[in-house]
Design a protein around this ligand. Sequence first.
Ligand code: ATP
Length: 144
Amino acid sequence: SAESGNDPVVVIGLGRFGSSLAVELMRRGTEVLAIDHRPKVVQSLAGELTHVVAADATDMEALRQLGVAEFGRAVVAIGSDLEASILATSLLVELEVADIWAKAVSRQHGRILERIGAKHIVLPEHDMGERVAHLVSGRMLDYM
Ligand code: ATP
């Protein structure tokens, strides 16, 4: 909503999806805490993101130390590692982060994430396919 549009956001997992998301949020003036467990990924994004740290998002103690509980919004952008995606999401729920967005690689994965408390599920390939269908059929105005 418009009221929460500028609240800080935690972004977990900085693959293609998570890194684009984090950079775009920052570009729009939103404060971002970006987390990935691969030090190389963190290093390569250090120039673009103000707060980017190497940490395991399935480690509750690490999340607490980073102050994740203070955030009202988070995006779990881990896809292919289902265990990590599910565990990280459940830890955010436990930390009472109110608005949790999670990327899923399948509808089943999305259903699990919803059941443990994610508020919004993103299925990048599905969602983008729908959008491109609108663009191809000329209904550009929906997405401008
Ligand atoms: P994309 O399509 O966005 O590139 P993907 O689904 O192919 O993503 P994944 O390997 O599932 O990529 O995860 C995306 C990112 O999440 C990776 O950079 C990976 O290092 C990170 N990641 C995976 N597990 C954890 C974890 N436990 N803690 C922190 N980051 C993690």
